[in-house]
Design a binder for this molecule. Structure first.
Ligand code: BTN
Length: 253
């Protein structure tokens, strides 16, 4: 809890040695009225989950596997943008602690040297007109070495330690992330998505690039223009039309 300067985020921490998924525990806790800012963190996940129900590799003691329960005053349709708010907060915290320049690959990947270092999974509990809770799941590769990753991840995954050559203090990094996350969430609640969008576009490696967007039923190519107020990725297609993409896997060309 070094340097935690928040008013609510991370003020309650449930710490586990080993769990299936912190995300599942956080959902149950949120349903049981856990307070705004409650953090679930584990040393190891035996069934970590990624976006689109993919598995998420969560080696023991080396990464940050955590789920934060927040109860912001937002409308349910404003919840998906919390993935982008979180990405900006994480990049800022990494920058501050390590001086590394991480970039954001839309929607939820944080990249270093072209490899994935962090993934974010944002899930919502809501009434039709009101957010009850948002669960922000963050999986970060921190102190892994190349050998800690399963073979299929070796070409595409990296860790902070691999990028800096140094062991990273995970507690410090968590505190930094929570500080920025609380700050930026408040900014989003008060001033809308405009200021976050600007920050996001500054850190993005996607805006301006030629990309292929692989969706469930189709694949399209175009130039990424930026993100919309709703957090959609805007692509200019070759016929000149502009299309907003809600969810896809992005391949940078
Ligand atoms: C992705 O890039 O697909 C998102 C990965 C999110 C992983 C984190 S680790 C902590 C939390 N618990 C989970 O089971 N998943 C998220």
């Amino acid at each position: 809890q070094k340097h935690l300067g928040t008013s609510s985020y991370g003020r309650t921490i449930d710490y586990y040695e080993s769990v299936q998924s912190t995300q599942i525990i956080a959902h149950d806790a949120a349903q049981a009225e856990a307070a705004d800012g409650t953090l679930i963190v584990a040393e190891e996940q035996t069934a970590g989950k990624g976006r689109l129900s993919r598995p998420w590799s969560s080696t023991a003691n080396k990464g940050i596997w955590m789920s934060l329960i927040i109860r912001p005053s937002l409308m349910p349709q404003q919840a998906p943008q919390m993935t982008l708010v979180s990405a900006v907060a994480i990049v800022r915290a990494i920058e501050e602690l390590t001086q590394l320049e991480a970039t954001i690959k839309w929607p939820n990947d944080i990249m270093i040297n072209g490899k994935k270092m962090t993934g974010i999974l944002t899930e919502l509990q809501s009434d039709p007109d009101r957010v009850k809770a948002i669960i922000i799941g963050i999986g970060m590769n921190v102190n892994q070495g190349e050998d800690d990753f399963p073979d299929e991840l070796k070409p595409i995954a990296t860790s902070l330690k691999m990028a800096t050559g140094e062991h990273i203090d995970r507690a410090k990094l968590i505190a930094g992330i929570l500080n920025y996350l609380e700050l930026y969430t408040k900014m989003y609640e008060k001033h809308g998505f405009g200021p976050i969008k600007l920050l996001w576009e500054g850190y993005s490696n996607t805006a301006g690039k030629r990309v292929r967007a692989v969706m469930l039923n189709e694949t399209i190519e175009g130039t990424a223009l930026g993100i919309s107020e709703e957090g959609l990725l805007e692509l200019r297609l070759d016929d000149g039309s502009v299309r907003g993409i809600y969810s896809a896997d992005i391949v940078l060309q």
